[in-house]
Write a new protein. Sequence first.
Length: 180
Amino acid sequence: MNNTPALTTNDLLEKLSSQCDALRGLLASATQELQDLNRRLRQIIQQLHKNIEVRDTAFAQDFNNYCCHLRQELDKQDATWAVLRTQARTYKPADWSADLILPAKGVNSRAKTLSRTCDEFITAYDIFAHTYKGFTAVKLNVWLLTACQNDFFSLTGKILFLAREIARHTEQKRGNYVAG
């Protein structure tokens, strides 16, 4: 039996908004760090191509640590979102009243922003994967980065779907109160 008190629809919308912002922040910082790692990898490849001694000896360890840290953070977010999505599914469409239109639209807007941030992460991942292609000088945990990228994409899609559904349910109620 779950001892967690049930959230009201308004409280749930506030929690969804704050969690969207937290996940977006995680993705934005992960994107920035991945872009930096890609820049470092390009320099290493250039040095190897020119037969120059590689100066960035910490790259492999930094990259593998980045992947492990990203996986841990994603697992925390995934668990939180599983609880929130389960909580949202306990409400029937009738529970999403018209007075929740603005908070629901706010969640939907945050989910769209999160989706764009996820797209930026995927783009950074694709650029890194292209740079990494054929690089065999050091063993990197690229498989872990690929798994994280896929999981971020999947989680973001679920969040976006949930936000759209809630916004749709509240918008349907609006018709009863708005003339013309």
